[in-house]
Design a protein around this ligand. Structure first.
Ligand code: BGC
Length: 534
């Protein structure tokens, strides 16, 4: 038995090696030396149920996602993040696997309900603070720079129940309080703070489509029991941006000088190309970029929303007071770029479009991943994400030009394979496509850097397969496979590739002795026949 297992493992590595040979024959193989020496290479996760689990351990209260995911039908297969990857209890093991990749940075987020179970209405949880202290200390001990996102989709349900969270200006003081607790308790060791993850995408998901809690929407976008898809996303982003600006003011007034860190925000940054070779579609691209990238970032650099949004949304778009403009303007030290999407954009001012796209809230733009039935790139596990590496280079160039080349980090970029019926574990582990994806996106990023873009880091989404929001565990972005029964973490081929890219400046996938390979877990998968014969 043992002999068979070893033979199978060897075969697995043989496949990896033969892949490495053919892959390194490719001219576009990216090399570590194409990036500056001090460049951060990392992986990313987020707290909530994406990895932490332990949803009611110690003092933690219900988050909005705990409540939402417990409602049958909200999440694929009715998955929940109650346990997720149990990172709360297994963080030491996770730091070992992070370390084994050879990365010099790790991005994670704080669970609001874990450190402030009732927001400002309750006490600070010392067990929550202790958890993040241990995580931060262990990372630093291994020379890994912690990048902290203060808020990534999850908040205490209490704040939703009391006043509707992001729809109410009260949330601004709540967020500033959360940030203050973070700066006070972790700021002596954290040099990179991102206040909020993707206000723009979050508001689309939660208040236009109604797919994320609090599941608000109105026709024609969806059939929710509450909401107004034309107005609420604008209000929620407004409150998020003011929360950010007030937290940054606090950091700059009271902490930055002694702690010496930087604060930024993370935006979902999609790239667009005209669907038709027509001026109307080129204008649609300009509007789509303003509505996506500019919505979250223009106010923080220039103090107001993009002109295109004012033009089409008129009085629906909230206004900033002069005092607010004052704190918003220049309130980021860096821009976090989450990039997954490049799509075609087409005009809906002069042409008929799908329902909803012909409205001011969508900028009169329809976006699509196909032209004449041909996809813009290879499909992935998310119907909106296609493999279009040039999109990263273009969006970085766009941000560079629009915001005077301020420091940028690619805080998320990653691949999930199309979901197959009866997926074989061996196929998930042998993730050649993910390697090709990261190689191609990094090569595109290297071109942007070579052309002067001030990008200072790249984080693979994600360290390990995790709770992918409404897709539950069916969509997998990890460099490490997580066995849902044992929660063992097993490196995929891409983990070996990333390590070799970082440590040997090569795309060879052999020489993985130092990688935390969890051989026992692979053996037990083989024995239980869950890892099929290769
Ligand atoms: C989010 C992540 C998510 C990823 C992949 C990003 O928008 O920040 O939490 O898992 O997309 O869908």
């Amino acid at each position: 038995m043992r002999v068979t297992i070893i033979t199978k493992l060897n075969l697995f590595y043989f496949l990896a090696l033969s892949f490495a040979r053919s892959f390194s024959g490719n001219e576009d193989v990216v090399k570590r030396y194409q990036f500056p020496d001090k460049f951060f290479f990392g992986t990313a996760t987020s707290a909530y149920q994406q990895v932490e689990g332990a949803y009611l351990d110690d003092d933690k209260s219900y988050s909005n996602w705990d409540v939402f995911s417990h409602i049958p039908g909200n999440i694929k297969n009715n998955d929940t993040g109650d346990i997720a990857n149990d990172h709360y209890h297994r963080f030491s093991e996770d730091i070992e696997i992070i370390h084994s990749l050879g990365v010099n940075a790790y991005r994670f987020s704080i669970s609001w309900a874990r450190i402030l179970p009732k927001g400002k209405f309750g006490e600070v949880s010392q067990s929550g603070i202790m958890f993040y202290n241990k995580l931060i200390d262990s990372l630093i001990l291994r020379g890994i720079e912690p990048f902290v996102t203060i808020h990534h989709n999850d908040l205490p349900q209490e704040l939703e129940d009391r006043y509707g969270s992001w729809l109410c200006p009260n949330i601004q003081e709540e967020f500033v309080y959360l940030a203050k607790i973070c700066f006070e308790n972790f700021g002596d060791r954290i040099k990179y703070w991102a206040t909020i993850n993707e206000p723009n995408l979050f508001s689309q998901m939660a208040y236009v489509r109604g797919w994320y809690p609090p599941a608000h929407c109105s026709q024609p976008f969806g059939n929710c029991s509450a909401g107004n898809s034309d107005k609420e996303p604008l209000i929620s982003v407004h409150n998020m941006l003011l929360s950010h600006a007030k937290a940054v003011k606090l950091y700059r007034d009271e902490f930055q000088q002694k702690q010496g860190g930087f604060v930024g925000i993370i935006s979902s940054t999609d790239m667009y190309e005209p669907l038709r070779d027509e001026e109307a579609d080129r204008q649609a691209v300009i509007r789509a970029l303003a509505y996506n990238v500019g919505w979250a970032l223009d106010p923080l650099v220039y103090g107001d929303y993009p002109l295109e949004m004012r033009q089409y949304l008129g009085s629906e778009l909230p206004k900033f007071s002069p005092a607010e403009i004052n704190i918003l303007k220049g309130s980021i030290d860096f821009i976090g770029i989450n990039h997954y999407v490049t799509a075609y954009a087409t005009d809906c001012i002069h042409s008929a479009c799908a329902s909803g796209c012909d409205r001011p809230i969508q900028g009169y733009v329809e976006t699509t991943g196909e032209r004449d039935g041909v996809p813009i790139g290879e499909p992935t596990g998310n119907p909106k994400f296609f493999i279009v590496p040039r999109g990263l280079e273009k969006v970085v160039d766009y941000i560079k030009d629009r915001y005077s080349n301020m420091p940028m980090f690619v805080t998320e970029n990653g691949y999930s394979p199309p979901v197959q019926e009866n997926e074989q574990v061996k196929d998930l582990l042998n993730d050649v496509k993910r390697i090709e994806y990261h190689n191609a996106y990094l090569a595109a990023l290297a071109r942007a850097v070579k052309n002067g873009a001030n990008v200072q880091g790249y984080f693979v989404w994600s360290l390990m397969d995790n709770f992918e929001w409404t897709d539950g565990y069916s969509v997998t972005f990890g460099l490490f496979y997580v066995d849902r029964q044992t929660l063992d973490r097993i490196p995929k081929l891409s983990a070996r590739w990333y390590k070799n890219f970082l440590t040997n400046n090569t795309s060879q996938i052999d020489g993985d002795e130092d990688l935390n390979t969890n051989q026992n877990a692979i053996v037990s998968l083989l024995e239980s026949n869950r890892l099929e014969e290769i």
